[in-house]
Design a protein around this ligand. Structure first.
Ligand code: E4P
Length: 217
């Protein structure tokens, strides 16, 4: 499973990228706001760090305007994936931009039917939002499984990009289900390294090591 980082924080991306943890990046208007930076400038900087797909989201609501914005965003770098919302106009935009050979990430997906439409419109990535479904007492992971089954049934090559990943358990379950990609905030990815028994075991080793009175260096 590929790891995308869900942030526009360049320092956080660079730190994870140095460890080989970054196969791509996803941003959205809220993350651009959080970064406090200009969308074109920050996206260009991210693309200079990361060679994999970097999603940059359109903000227009009509297809004609979305297409124009998508073409402008795609000029930033060859690894831009234009992110469009899963609306009828977003699907039209997906069809046009993917026919031009651009990568398209269809976002804000909350149902299997929406994912089916995105695949038929030629999406490179479909982004089902796990956490936001869980927030309203629906099962986000179940949706990932349903889309996996449907795409495999018909051989769609649209990649399932599990989004709105909030916990390390979401990551484990996405990998077990067979999501192609998951995108998570840096803190969730770093949190995957933590285990209470690792901390407990290390604490005991340190105590016992101190009692030996030895040094390695
Ligand atoms: C995905 O591309 C989105 O940017 C993101 O995963 C949304 O996550 P959230 O629901 O935690 O805001």
């Amino acid at each position: 499973m590929k790891f995308f980082v869900d942030t526009a924080d360049v320092d956080a991306i660079a730190e994870l990228n140095d460890l080989g943890m970054v196969d791509g990046v996803t941003t959205n208007p809220s993350l651009i706001l959080k970064s406090g930076r200009d969308i074109i400038e920050v996206t260009k900087e991210i693309c200079s760090i990361v060679s994999g797909p970097v999603s940059a989201e359109v903000v227009a609501l009509k297809a004609e305007d979305m297409i124009a914005e998508g073409r402008k965003l795609a000029e930033i770098a060859p690894n831009i994936a234009v992110k469009v919302p899963l609306t009828w106009d977003g699907l039209k935009t997906c069809k046009v931009l993917s026919s031009e050979g651009k990568m398209v990430n269809v976002t804000l997906c909350f149902s299997a039917n929406q994912a089916l439409l995105a695949a038929k419109a030629g999406a490179t990535f479909i982004s089902p939002f796990i956490g936001r479904l869980d927030d309203i007492n629906l099962d986000g992971l179940e949706l990932i499984g349903d889309i996996r089954t449907i795409y495999d049934n018909y051989g769609f090559d649209t990649q399932i990009l599990a989004a709105s990943v909030r916990t390390a358990n979401h990551v484990t379950q996405c990998a077990l289900i067979g999501a192609d990609v998951m995108t998570a905030p840096p803190a969730v990815i770093k949190g995957m390294a933590s285990h209470v028994l690792t901390d407990k075991g290390l604490d005991q080793f340190m105590k016992d090591w101190a009692k030996t009175g030895q040094k390695i260096l």
